[in-house]
Design a protein around this ligand. Structure first.
Ligand code: DLL
Length: 435
């Protein structure tokens, strides 16, 4: 079976990768300095010129770029190629009012789609596969990215986009889809709906799923794998840097290989900006190495993770990032304690609950309230309907152990929580409204 999309690059010796990165970095910095007024000014302010970048480690001399810069430079301020050479934009949903528009030349699209093709092949995809893409199409990068990758692999591509779950299942069954691409929360819902329709995973031919665009836990992975009878692979990316496929999981399912021939990753202390050594948790920072339209140098993702270059049994040599915990700004501070939604998901699934939950936080009379709505399965609902106090007590205890603070648990009837077809919204923090 084909194991790599671009074997020579994906398995190249680390020294070779580093020297390629150095060569590309020097070129990319000069390109940005010469073609982008916004970043040119940032470099001038820091007193650094392209001539100062001679080694990979010199990257720390460059200024950071933040989401704020992207907002300030919107829409064309960070465009580095002539408009006549650009062929596409993609954009984030802008739910927080911070829309990001990224530009692509044909070269940039080819590079991005190749990264997605690597991810599909790493999940076992070949030209014999039927790839059902249920990430949203349009401005969101999920659909177009995996679609392009699937074409490059030569797989039969079904451009479903998200939503209309019964039709998704119908196509999956009729066309014998073998690889599913969507968010993990949507995959869990497809699995749930499949059961409700009286089907088991023997009625479908799926073998693998490529799931990303939101944080998800190992417990969620096991839940999806069992529901759909597949191996579930993680894929990471962000619009600013290209889209999905910045990094992807291999058969080891333990961390995502970053496509290091295109992206240089650093981990920094989010408070001080200091570069941290490999193995320490911090904020992920990316530098594009060979982009034309929208190259970004030292872009702060706000995603918290750890990098590791431990040898991987798949034979790939590119550095791995562990599952991001979530963005630093996804972290809730409740009664002074740091809480990540992923910690709550871990407890729920470990305790046998469904992955359908909502976290509600508010501030009443100067005190934080912290409620978790948890949806019961049909079976749990039948069992504990009349006396749920014991179940609530046990779950509260498990949460206190994990989080260090006590939430108020509400056990809800099946189907009470709206299912997600894209990125799930799990946190409703009303405190922000009062600020
Ligand atoms: O979510 C790109 C994407 C599409 C990735 C499809 C994977 C699959 P944005 O909408 O710009 O782009 O959101 C990027 O989503 O900074 C992370 O916070 C989060 N994210 C993306 N992938 C993962 C993942 C797409 N595998 C932001 N695990 C990123 C955890 C992820 N968080």
């Amino acid at each position: 079976m084909k194991r790599y999309f671009q074997k020579d690059i994906e398995t190249a010796p680390v020294d070779w990768i580093k020297s390629l990165q150095k060569e590309k970095l020097i070129k990319q910095v000069k390109y940005v300095y010469d073609n982008n007024k916004y970043y040119h000014r940032l470099m001038d302010e820091k007193g650094v010129t392209p001539d100062d970048i001679k080694e990979l480690s010199d990257i720390s001399k460059l200024p950071f770029l933040t989401k704020n810069d992207l907002r300030e430079a919107y829409p064309y301020g960070l465009l580095s190629a002539p408009l006549k050479d650009c062929v596409r934009i993609q954009s984030t949903s802008g739910t927080t009012g911070r829309r990001v528009v990224a530009f692509y030349t044909q070269h940039d699209i080819d590079l991005w789609e190749e990264c997605c093709a690597r991810a599909i092949v790493a999940a076992g995809g070949t030209d014999e596969d039927v790839v059902q893409v249920c990430y949203g199409y349009g401005l969101f990068t999920g659909g177009p990215g995996l679609h392009g990758g699937s074409h490059k692999v030569g797989s039969l591509t079904i451009p479903m986009s998200s939503g209309n779950t019964d039709r998704q299942i119908q196509f999956m069954r009729d066309l014998g889809s073998t690889i599913l691409c969507c968010t993990p929360s949507y995959a869990a819902y497809i699995g749930e709906r499949l059961r409700e329709m009286g089907c088991t995973h023997d009625d479908i031919r799926l073998k693998a799923g490529i799931f990303g665009a939101e944080p998800w836990t190992e417990e969620m992975r096991r839940d999806i794998e069992a529901k759909l009878g597949i191996k579930a692979y993680d894929i990471y990316g962000l619009t600013e840097i290209s889209g999905p496929g910045v990094s992807f999981e291999c058969e080891e399912q333990n961390g995502m290989h970053i496509n290091e021939d295109h992206f240089l990753a650093e981990i920094i202390d989010p408070d001080t900006g200091e570069v941290l050594p490999e193995g320490e948790e911090g904020e992920l920072v990316f530098t594009s190495l060979d982009k034309e339209a929208f190259p970004l140098l030292r872009y702060r993702t706000r995603d918290l993770t750890v990098l590791t270059r431990e040898k991987c049994s798949c034979g790939r040599t590119h550095i791995k990032m562990m599952k991001p915990k979530g963005r630093s700004d996804d972290m809730l501070i409740i009664r002074g304690v740091n809480v990540f939604p992923s910690q709550i998901e871990t407890v729920l699934l470990k305790e046998g609950y469904t992955p359908n939950y909502e976290i509600h936080v508010d501030r009443i009379a100067n005190e934080d309230t912290f409620d978790i709505n948890v949806e019961l399965s049909e079976e749990q609902f039948r069992q504990i309907k009349d006396n749920d106090e014991a179940a609530k007590k046990a779950l509260t205890g498990a949460m206190v152990k994990m989080l260090g603070i006590r939430p108020k648990i509400h056990l809800l009837a099946p189907k009470s929580i709206t299912r997600s077809e894209g990125k799930a919204v799990r946190v409703i923090d009303k405190r922000k409204l009062h600020d």
